[in-house]
Design a protein around this ligand. Structure first.
Ligand code: HEC
Length: 153
């Protein structure tokens, strides 16, 4: 009896792992060229953001096994929906600098698995400047009051 339960559990676990094959990992054609302000902004974006905001996603091994595969593909799909540099209509590109300065992007769970995507405060500031120069927008750095408040610099 115990052996049967064990065998059934093992089969179930293997099936769950294999189900990752069906996750929707797509990298559609890149149909947009970004006019980066500098090579540094571009490489930081590729390192910290491109996995979820472009069609150049580097799929990790856990995107191939269930159930994590479904979490990863869902995250990427959602990220691309909001902001995608690989489409002519990029979406919320002008909010990129603000998301970085507020520490919302890259998401925390992503950073746990991709520590190399993290940035020091100085790097964030530099990157945010580059994002503004490339995509426009404001850094959201100045004390968090909602509502418009333009400071040109
Ligand atoms: C692990 C995937 C992932 C990574 C990596 C990631 N994002 Fe996101 N991003 C998302 C998801 C999912 C959303 C949509 C839900 C949300 O706003 O939390 C999003 C939303 C956004 C938005 C739109 C916000 C809005 O309010 O509409 C911007 C701008 C953005 N991300 C910029 C970035 C930048 C810049 C980086 C790199 C520093 C980055 N993201 C890294 C997943 C990611």
């Amino acid at each position: 009896m115990k052996k049967k339960i064990l065998a059934a559990s093992l089969i179930l676990i293997v099936l769950i792992i294999l189900s990752g094959v069906f996750a929707d990992r797509t990298n559609p054609a890149v149909r947009n060229t970004v006019a980066w302000d500098s090579a540094e902004t571009c490489s930081q974006f590729m390192k910290s953001c491109a996995d979820c905001h472009s069609h150049e996603t580097r799929w990790p091994w856990y995107a191939h096994v269930g159930p994590s595969a479904f979490l990863v593909t869902h995250h990427v799909e959602e990220g691309r929906e909001h902001f995608n540099i690989s489409r002519p209509k990029m979406g919320d590109a002008d909010e990129a600098a603000e998301e970085v300065m507020k520490g919302k992007m890259p998401p925390r769970d992503y950073l746990l698995l991709h520590p190399e995507a993290g940035m020091s405060d100085a790097q964030k500031q530099q990157f945010a400047k580059g994002l503004i120069a490339t995509f426009g927008g404001e850094s959201g750095d100045s004390h968090e009051q909602h509502g418009e408040h333009d400071d040109d610099d």
